[in-house]
Design a protein around this ligand. Structure first.
Ligand SMILES: [Zn+2]
Length: 216
């Protein structure tokens, strides 16, 4: 089971204090989906690793709710105008991650981090049974990761093959096989140590010819 703990957070954008829940421990089933989505027994933990201020809608991980979090007046204004109309204490995981990804964009976070937030929004949609929103968030994740790969310095060299594979897998799950196969085809070129990374080359070629849902 996923064990949760109540926490109190103070919003760095509007100073409002509110209760939330965070993950203490998770019982993983073992195994990952081919987009690295891990599955847990009982409640899925992702929705509790992100928090939304129920007054202004500012959202992020627990570390984004500290006294050190610096929110510029411009970002605070955007939070008020764009996120506060949908601020609520019972937001779903995907709603919280969507808001967190927007805040990260406005804060000028790096595209890989933003991509991770969109990807987690998509994972929450899997649990929420919302196929259309899942596809929408996968597309935003793919675009963010593509942007991260464009800037050579923003992704460590040893991570580039895995990220190229993930972009391919996101497009495959969206249903755009042309883009998926183009990205899967780039994976081998991004490998820097074949001994360690053979698995990702194998995964990319398998997802083109005989796609699987799970890594085995
Ligand atoms: Zn707030």
């Amino acid at each position: 089971m996923t064990a949760l703990r109540k926490i109190e957070l103070r919003c760095p954008s509007c100073n409002h204090e509110f209760p939330s829940q965070t993950v203490v421990s998770t019982n993983w089933f073992g195994g990952k989906r081919t987009d690295f989505h891990e599955r847990a027994a009982g409640a899925q933990p992702w929705a509790y690793q992100v928090h939304m201020c129920d007054r202004c809608g500012y959202s992020g991980a627990e570390r984004d709710f500290t006294d050190q979090t610096d929110i510029s007046p411009q970002v605070r204004e955007r939070v008020w105008s764009e996120l506060s109309p949908r601020a609520q204490s019972v937001a779903t995981g995907s709603e919280k991650y969507e808001a967190a990804a927007k805040v990260a964009e406005w804060q000028g976070a790096d595209p890989r981090h933003i991509g991770d937030l969109w990807l987690r929004a998509a994972w929450c949609c899997v649990d929420e049974g919302d196929v259309e929103a899942e596809r929408y968030f996968r597309r935003l994740a793919a675009w963010s990761f593509e942007q991260a790969l464009e800037f050579y310095d923003s992704v460590p060299r040893e991570d580039r093959a895995v990220l190229a594979y993930l972009v391919g897998e996101l497009w495959r799950r969206i249903g755009d096989l042309t883009q998926a196969n183009a990205w899967f085809g780039l994976v081998a070129d991004e490998v820097i140590n074949l001994e360690v990374q053979q698995w990702i080359v194998d995964a990319a070629s398998r997802q083109q010819t005989d796609p699987r849902e799970w890594f085995v």
